[in-house]
Unconditional design. Structure first.
Length: 291
């Protein structure tokens, strides 16, 4: 018959050590859980803070591109006459010469403009600067700081060409938008942060009044930049369908937005020179002269 093995008595010191280790593990787990719970609001605050920062950065980039007329800034579009081919071009003029960038396709206006290269980009009729006058994104210490979002990832910039009808006249323009991929770094997901849309061209409908009547015999030359070079279009009044019926006005279709210079050649060797504002994406209606 086999002998039975007697159970060895439990060593109280070893049991105490095991119990102490167990309590230490429980305490560490509790502390870790508490730390995680306490850190969660801070993590959410950090994410929200970065999202707010991304929105502020996007708004500044839109202002740098489209300009802020009420603040007297022309922006990239006002100086160059188009959207930037890439965000790099805001602070690097030579970036626009690199092939294969976004917004690289040529733009054909409804009427071929006359170029005035001899006037130079910064000294021309109307004393409005034309040509690249950056850097436009000045809020960051590094010249390329405007290219990335608060998570350190590059913004996505799109600028497709579109055509619509505004004021009864076809308007062809590019519509830009800048997007951050958000916290997850993946475009096309729910946490993407897009900018407001912005455009580069609009219509100008200019009605000239003399003696209380619409002047029919006026020739208007409008000066504006095309790819940074001074150009102009010349037009005379035509009849279009206005908001209150047919109206006789001088139409400049799909011209670069911004403050532009107009030269009015009137009967009797009369002449008028004025600055006019063209708003992107819409038809700007202006009435000048004697009402």
């Amino acid at each position: 018959m086999a002998a039975r093995r007697r159970a060895r008595p439990l060593d109280p010191r070893r049991a105490a050590r095991g119990s102490a280790i167990l309590w230490v593990l429980v305490a560490l787990a509790t502390l870790g859980l508490a730390a995680g719970v306490l850190a969660l609001p801070a993590l959410l605050d950090l994410t929200t803070s970065r999202e707010d920062e991304a929105r502020r950065t996007l708004a500044r980039l839109v202002d740098a591109i489209a300009g802020v007329p009420e603040a007297g800034t022309a922006g990239f579009v006002g100086d160059v006459g188009r959207l930037p081919k890439s965000l790099d071009e805001l602070n690097d003029r030579l970036a626009g010469d690199q092939p294969g960038t976004l917004c690289d396709a040529g733009f054909t206006p409804p009427a071929a403009p006359v170029f005035h290269v001899a006037d130079g980009p910064l000294a021309h009729r109307g004393r409005l600067g034309m040509g690249w006058r950056g850097p436009y994104a000045r809020e960051t210490l590094h010249p390329d700081g405007h290219l990335v979002d608060p998570w350190g990832r590059r913004f996505r910039y799109t600028c497709p060409q579109q055509t619509t009808t505004v004021g009864g006249v076809a308007l062809t323009f590019r519509e830009g938008r800048i997007t951050s991929a958000g916290a997850d770094g993946i475009f096309g997901t729910a946490d993407d942060i897009p900018s407001a849309a912005f455009q580069d061209r609009g219509h100008l409908f200019l009605t000239v009044m003399r003696g209380g009547r619409v002047e029919r015999n006026v020739t208007v030359t409008l000066f504006f930049p095309v790819d940074g070079e001074q150009a102009s279009l010349t037009a005379t009044p035509v009849v279009i369908n206005g908001p209150e019926g047919p109206e006789r006005t001088v139409v400049f279709a799909s011209v670069p937005a911004g403050v532009r210079f107009a030269d009015l050649d009137l009967p009797g060797n009369d002449r008028a020179l004025l600055h006019v504002g063209v708003t992107a994406g819409v038809a700007t209606r202006l009435q000048v002269g004697e009402p």
